[in-house]
Design a protein around this ligand. Structure first.
Ligand code: SF4
Length: 327
């Protein structure tokens, strides 16, 4: 990063958005695997990618983490960590039945949505869950009340919901959606279901909101937005869409600097850069360095807001915790 008077070179400019990169839930999940490896030794099994970033996963694999899709790939007596995206009660029950040692790295903001689902279900309400089919977080949340939850993927899905429109219906959402599209979906839900019941607070998390707001701030004056993040990272993919909606002339997602295509930079003077909530800063540094090699000046940062939220580690990994077993 550099001072503003150094930011323009030959009319070219690179602005890097802030906040970007790691959120509190991702940081906690990654540190959970690192500390578990330190404390219990390799191998440590992790159900699903601990966070949706292939570099993070590869780095942890090199240190002894074994990533699996389902618990039947985990040997008896092994230690298994549940990822930041959360799990359904059925997975938790399976681990218990098998006597597996477990550590839960579910982000507390995902757990909050699970608790809302349980509460609405206990009140007897049908629940409309706005989210992406097949995403691990949606699978986990749906598992809290499978008979009551209906998935809404797009605003147009609202018209096809087969529920009485004169009865109360609750809604919830995945934590990493587009803030604006979700607001549009909720508006349509409220039109169709006048007795719509809101969650007590926003389900889209602070990190998703802040990264989208920060991108909006710079996209309007960017010829090109580069979003660092993996293909399966919902919040990274949303940042590309938000940038385009906010006026960026083009936007591309890359996993790392090697995926930057020189053809994207023809005639481009103003570049914006950001990263998803599961992306280590070293990958952004690599992209900024490559832009310098392409003839762009060092980036200047535009910060929208400071973030200070942190989450404590799962109980088994907290310092001075006397518990020695993980259940
Ligand atoms: Fe938690 Fe939000 Fe980060 Fe997901 S993106 S891990 S919900 S803080």
């Amino acid at each position: 990063m550099t001072e503003p008077d150094q930011q323009v070179s030959n009319g070219k400019r690179v602005v890097v958005a802030a906040p970007r990169g790691y959120c509190a839930g991702v940081d906690r999940a990654v540190v959970t695997v690192e500390k578990a490896l330190e404390r219990y030794g390799a191998p440590v099994y992790v159900r699903k990618q601990i966070v949706h970033n292939k570099h993070v996963v590869e780095e942890l694999e090199a240190r002894g983490a074994i990533f699996v899709e389902e618990l039947d790939e985990v040997p008896d007596d092994a230690l298994v960590i549940f990822s930041a995206h959360g799990i359904s009660p059925a997975v938790r029950a399976e681990a218990k039945t098998r006597g597996l040692r477990t550590i839960d790295a579910t982000c507390p903001l995902v757990t909050k949505v699970h608790n809302e689902a349980k509460r609405f279900a206990a009140q007897g309400l049908p629940i409309l869950l706005i989210g992406h089919d097949g995403h691990e977080e949606v699978e986990g949340t749906s598992g809290e009340a499978p008979d009551r939850i209906t998935l809404i993927e797009h605003p147009d899905d609202v018209d096809n919901v087969e529920l009485p429109t004169d009865q109360p219906v609750a809604w919830l959402s995945q934590t990493t959606l587009s803030v604006d599209e979700t607001a549009m979906t909720v508006e349509r839900l409220r039109e169709r279901f006048p007795k719509l019941v809101d969650p007590p607070s926003d389900d889209i998390c602070y990190a998703t909101q802040n990264r989208q707001d920060a991108v909006k701030q710079i996209a309007a004056h960017s010829d090109l937005m580069i979003v660092v993040g993996s293909q399966n990272s919902s919040n990274s993919v949303r940042l590309v869409e938000v940038a385009l909606d906010a006026g960026a002339k083009a936007a591309h997602r890359v996993d790392n600097a090697s995926e930057l295509d020189p053809a994207w930079f023809t005639g481009v003077t103003d570049i914006g850069v950001t990263s998803g909530a599961s992306v280590p800063e070293s990958l952004v540094d690599g992209v900024l360095q490559r832009l310098v090699e392409f003839g762009y000046p060092p980036a200047v940062e535009e910060r929208l807001v400071e973030e200070s939220l942190t989450f404590s580690l799962p109980p088994q990994l907290r310092p001075h915790d006397s518990r020695s077993r993980q259940r």
